[in-house]
Each structure stands twice: as C-alpha cells, then as structure tokens.
Design a protein around this ligand. Structure first.
Ligand SMILES: *Cc1c(COP(=O)(O)O)cnc(C)c1O
Length: 360
C-alpha cells in the first residue's frame, strides 16, 4: 500500500497513526467483542469513550468550566442556521464580518432566522485580506458577532481574535480548530465541522458559553436546541458514534505529539516553508496579504492556467494528492492541516521547484 501526501481541503488527511489504531480496533474495540460502530451509544463503554474525548478536548483547548462542549451533526452549514435559532430572537440584529466564501454562506443561512447585518466584508478586494477592524459597523446591542477565523477557500486567516466588546463573539473554526492555541474565554460560541482538523465528516463540535445556552428558545424542535443537547450530553438521539470515537483518537494523537502549542509550531514551519518558496519562485503566486495568509490553506496559481492540467497530473503521479484549487478561485490549493507532516510540504516544494524549472 502506498499512501500519498494528501493536500485535500476537506475531508482532509488524518494522522496515519490514528488510522492504524482505528484499523487495529475496528473488529474488536476496547474489549467489547464488537466494533465501536456496533454498540449502544447509551452503553457504559461508549459513554466512557465519549466523556474521555470531551475531557481531552477540554484539556487541549483549556475550555473553561462555564462552557458546554457538544458533539453534533449537520455539518458547519446546518449550524449556520442553528446558531441564530438558538442564541438570537428573530427580531434581533446579528453582525456578520465576511472575509470569504464561508462567511457569505453563513450570512445566507442565517438570513431566515435573525436580522443579519453585514458589518464588514472584504468582497471588494476579492477577500485577499480580512476587512480592517476599524471599518466594522458593529451594534453594541447585537445578539452576537459572527466571523470566520480561517477562510478555507481563499486561504485568509485572522491572526488575532478581534475585540468586539461585550457582544458574544461566534466563530466558525471549521478549518483551524486545534491548529494553534486560542483563548476560548474570548468567545461566546465556537463551532467546527470535524472533517478538516478533528476527524471524519459528519460530526460538528460546538463549544458554547452557558449564558448563551440559556437563550435557546423553548419553541424550537428539541433536535435543534443546543440547550436540549447539552442537557442530554449530546445523546438526545443517536450521535455520530464512529465520528465521535475517531475524534477522540485525534485528540489523543495531538496530546501525544505535544499538544496544540506544538501543532502551532509545526504549522508555522510548514506555512513558512511553502509561502517562502512561492514568493521567491518567480513562477508561482499567492494573492493574499502576507499578514493574513492562512497557515492551513495555501492557494497558489501558475503563471499560465494552461499548465494547470500538467501540474495536477504530474503532482498526483508523484504522490501529492488533491492540489486542485477551489472552483471559485482556480489554480491550486495545498491544505496543510495538523495531520500533514513537514515531509509532505518538503516533497511538495521539491516537486514545485522541479516543475517550475521544466516549464519556466
Ligand atoms: C468546510 C467548511 C464549512 C462547511 O462544512 P460542512 O461540513 O460541509 O457543512 C464551513 N465553514 C468553513 C470555514 C469550512 O472550512
């Protein structure tokens, strides 16, 4: 078997050690003589695993005790709508800061549930830098402020948590959770789909401060209510049991590899290597403001789009997978989440250098 270096934006590469452990445990998990996929989510073995995964995530992110951690379904996209449903009234205003395509989607899905106000957007500069903080039109009485710390498609990242005063800050961390240390206490709600930095698709982690949980209205279906999920330990109905298990393995892997601070150190080294090569190449180009370049998703273009097909074919043959850029942007994109080792980035840079020499 030969596994390539997988640069997919999502679902993305998982640590090989995690996959091997899941493989080893697939038929007989944890002494229960069955797979983790085949046992009751209300049995003591599953519940113990689920609680361990939550405890590990709490410890990795230093999540304060006045926050609940929920393991839910529906993808980040469903939560674009579910968040306003839970923490705002329909006649309240919610401020959205848009720095890319996922932020735009969040605006669209929230629209029917709350009075969405786009407080700032970088659309006019094609989202090559987040809108500067001093241009945001924020209402101090808004139900919350929503933003996207890392925009996966165009590779734009906020390097700091913005100050929005006393208004609860809500963040879609789908593509950057656990990639660097974050002060959770600055947020009202953090959410992330699992398929980039946590585990397998089909699971969403929601970290929500208790005072916001208390806002969940009683007149929405229970299955959409964060308060109901919290009261039931995310076991209101059958959860994504395998996804929960796999995320637990990833949390252990992060811990065993030095924790989130060490992930950040490795991610910075990978990003520096790749952007450094691109900028000095005179061949490849990344359009994002250097102060806001994503440490997770690195889009780049070749000098002539006619070369794209050859680049993709040859890189794939060299064991470098899924480098095609998002269709909105074109060109290439290398996603270098926690599970991408620095050797993979080195192999990519070596290939890019060789390709440029042959085609420049
Ligand atoms: C991938 C992604 C999403 C979408 O996640 P789904 O699970 O497909 O709903 C949302 N936001 C960001 C920032 C993403 O990277």
């Amino acid at each position: 078997m030969s596994r390539g270096y997988n640069f997919s934006a999502g679902p993305a590469a998982l640590p090989e050690a995690v996959l091997r452990r899941a493989q080893a445990e697939l038929l007989e998990w944890d002494g229960v003589s069955a797979s983790v996929m085949e046992v009751s989510h209300r049995g003591k073995d599953f519940m113990a695993m689920a609680q361990r995964a939550e405890a590990d995530l709490r410890s990795l992110m230093t999540i304060p005790s006045n926050y609940h951690v929920l393991f839910l379904q529906g993808g980040a996209t469903q939560h674009f709508a579910q968040i306003p449903m839970n923490i705002a009234r329909r006649d309240e205003r919610a401020d959205y800061v848009v720095s890319g395509d996922w932020g735009e989607k969040a605006v669209r899905e929230a629209g029917p549930m709350v009075k969405v106000h786009v407080a700032a957007t970088s659309a006019a500069n094609a989202h090559t830098a987040p809108p500067p903080r001093d241009t945001w039109d924020l209402d101090p009485h808004a139900a919350y402020v929503h933003y996207t710390p890392n925009e996966t498609i165009r590779g734009v990242e906020f390097m700091d948590v913005p100050d929005v005063g006393d208004v609860p800050l809500v963040a879609d961390f789908s593509s950057s959770i656990l990639s660097h240390p974050v002060d959770v206490s600055k947020f009202g709600l953090i959410y992330a789909g699992a398929q980039k930095n946590i585990g397998a698709a089909g699971l969403v982690v929601v970290i929500v401060r208790d005072d916001l949980l208390a806002r969940s209205p009683k007149d929405i279906p229970k299955i959409f209510s964060y308060a109901e999920h919290a009261a039931n330990g995310s076991l209101l109905n059958t959860p994504n049991t395998f996804g929960w298990y796999l995320s637990g393995l990833v949390f252990e892997w992060i811990r065993d590899n030095g924790g989130v601070a060490e992930m950040a150190r490795r991610n910075q080294a990978k990003a520096d290597m790749l952007y450094g090569y691109i900028d000095g190449s005179g061949f490849y180009r990344n359009p994002v403001d250097p102060a806001a370049r994503s440490r997770m998703n690195v889009p780049f273009t070749l000098p002539d789009a006619q070369l794209d097909a050859a680049f993709l074919r040859e890189s794939h043959d060299a064991g470098l997978l899924a480098l095609k850029g998002h269709k909105l942007v074109g060109g290439m994109r290398a996603s270098i989440y926690n599970a991408m080792p620095i050797e993979g980035v080195r192999a990519l840079v070596d290939f890019m250098r060789d390709f440029a020499r042959r085609n420049g």
